[in-house]
Design a protein around this ligand. Structure first.
Ligand code: NAI
Length: 248
């Protein structure tokens, strides 16, 4: 399949989980892939090898997405190596859950920096490149809790709501330059982040989903592929909930 043939995609935090699935789907559709993660360990190397099996160009970069300078240096290296970047997926994310009255400043800052500031860092570094190219697709991986809020996740929900407003603002600022920016808000997706949940908590979540099941990373990747591709050439500033109906 060739929906993304000729395009270069940069995906943050893609060694595993949803980011990895997005990278794999993009590679399957013909995109060259630059991906980042905190460290390029065996897990990241395995992801790189799997991506290469699609016959596309791939490189992995150790980069802390929360750090402004590191993000800029990473983008510089990627543009030097790949010549351009057409698609940016701001996927790197963490949780540090706590009820608001117990939440520490450290928990707040860590989640805001890794989830929200990281998206600013990469958009800030890449926007001039995309403006020069007169085109690009930016996708922020938000969350359903960024739309509805969630008890015990004030930091995470605020960071994910921020990613939505960031995408809409960038869509308004850069739309005239051919750059689109959207947010994808996954519901309950089965990954390392959610797999540690006790069975009964997981059942409770699933009972609240009209489709009565968690989603798969591939189901998020398919929607990202649509937004990244020319199929979505007139779609910008939108939030796509991919949640089995949970957020209705
Ligand atoms: P995960 O924990 O499986 O993967 C996250 C990846 O990001 C890891 O490879 C990790 O090393 C990397 N990462 C963490 N901090 C980083 C940093 N500072 N710089 C660069 N990379 C960093 O998580 P998962 O589930 O794949 O989540 C991916 C995104 O999807 C996150 O933004 C998450 O908030 C979001 N999401 C996940 C949902 C779920 O149910 N799993 C639901 C809604 C949103």
């Amino acid at each position: 399949m060739t929906l993304l043939k000729g395009k270069v995609a940069l995906i943050t935090g893609a060694a595993r989980g949803i980011g990895r699935s997005i990278a794999l789907k993009f590679a399957e559709e013909g995109a060259d892939i630059a991906f980042t993660d905190l460290v390029i360990d065996e897990i990241a190397q395995n992801t790189q090898h799997e991506l290469e099996s699609y016959g596309v160009k791939v490189n992995a970069y150790a980069s802390n997405a929360a750090e402004f300078d590191s993000a800029h240096q990473t983008v510089e290296s990627i543009v030097a190596e790949f010549g351009k970047v057409d698609i940016l997926v701001n996927n790197a994310g963490i949780t540090k859950d706590s009820l608001i009255m117990r939440m520490t400043e450290t928990q707040w800052d860590a989640v805001i920096n890794v989830n929200l500031k990281s998206a600013f860092n990469f958009i800030h570094a890449l926007a001039p490149v995309m403006v020069r190219q007169r085109g690009g697709s930016i996708i922020n991986i938000s969350s359903i809790v960024g739309v509805h809020g969630n008890a015990g996740q004030a930091n995470y929900s605020a960071s994910k709501a921020g990613m939505i407003a960031l995408a809409k603002s960038v869509a308004k600022e850069l739309g005239s330059r051919g750059i689109r920016a959207n947010a994808v808000a996954p519901g309950f997706i089965i990954t390392d982040m959610t797999a540690q949940m006790p069975d009964e908590v997981r059942k409770q979540w699933e009972n609240g989903i009209p489709m009565r099941r968690g989603g798969t990373p591939e189901e998020i990747a398919k929607v990202c592929t649509f937004l990244a591709s020319d199929l979505a050439s007139y779609v910008t500033g939108q939030v796509l909930l991919v949640d089995g109906g949970m957020g209705m």
